[in-house]
Design a protein around this ligand. Sequence first.
Ligand code: PMP
Length: 388
Amino acid sequence: MINENYVSKTVASLPPSGIRKFFDLAANMEGVVSLGVGEPDFVTSWSVREAAIHSLEEGRTSYTANAGLLELRKEIAGYMEQAFNVSYQPEHQILVTVGASEGIDLALRSIINPGEEVLVVSPCFVSYAPLVTMAGGVPKIIHTTGENQFKLTPAELEDAITPNTKAMIICSPNNPTGTQLNKEELIKITEIIKKNDLLVIADEIYAELAYDESFTSFASVGDMINRTILINGFSKSFAMTGWRLGFVCAPREILEAMLKLHQYTMMCAPTMAQYGALEALKHGWDDVEDMRSSYRQRRNYIVKSFNEIGLACHNPGGAFYAFPSIAKTGLSSQSFAEKLLLEERVAVVPGDVFGESGEGYIRCSYASSMAQLQEAVKRIARFMKNYQ
Ligand code: PMP
């Protein structure tokens, strides 16, 4: 037994990720249909893989510029301009990171002074609140509600702001709810952000996976570009989770602060992955369109099926998650997920791991084959008959 004080008290106090528990359980069982994992079921396009292989064949195995290959940053700037109508200088306002995950961490550590509050719009990706804590800040959770499809309302935002609030972190389209905010909703939120002189960390990793309405970036609303740290990456849109490549766009001063930290901790994002990403941005768009329409088709199937079998489910505008209510069963999210796994061998994630307001819901990833989805629906329908 080593000295228990070896581990920092702050880290020791963080909760473990609630998603893992179910994966570990499911991993030891046979015949499990998993709607658990939050990643694309596609393999990265061959041309992207080939570009990375080619970079290795050419011997490009050293560090790149700390901020990432300038050619890649220029390509990102072009993409941001064309897709989201936002203009960033590749030399000063774009940083290539080790996944969106690093971008979120750098953003928080670059702006927070000890004790400052960061509003975390929940239910949300599990890393936000722990990363705020590790950055020395205080996460202040805003609980959005299922009745409003988990859309942040101006009143909820206004209520949460105190003189200590520094920033808000928000994700649209959202993990775990799939909810996407439209332009009008963003305008109302950003008015309050501006009035209170706050920053926004906008996690837009699912921007390319919007199925019904066109996606509006936080940074494109009014002059929000001056107070938005925009997080994006290649994991979801180009099916590149294992490549560990993301990027951040931000006002110059903030980006320079982030770059300072990135230099100390990462030096640069993986070189071969950057060459792959360059190819993805240049020539990968047909595949993105194909993946998007495949997800849309699966979204339509799962949402319709869930509603038919008694799992009330709003139509998620983006990402690849359905977030149905399990209220009819009277079970808690944890016990629903546990029983479903043990009795029917279907893995889902209990909604409460994404925040208190996720209680009463489950997250089902539909980034799985149609055959698997159909099998899952069949099993869940059987399960629901026993619990209504
Ligand atoms: N943000 C959200 C909302 C996510 O769902 C994920 C991945 N599950 C990430 C960030 C992290 O993405 P990356 O693989 O680029 O680190």
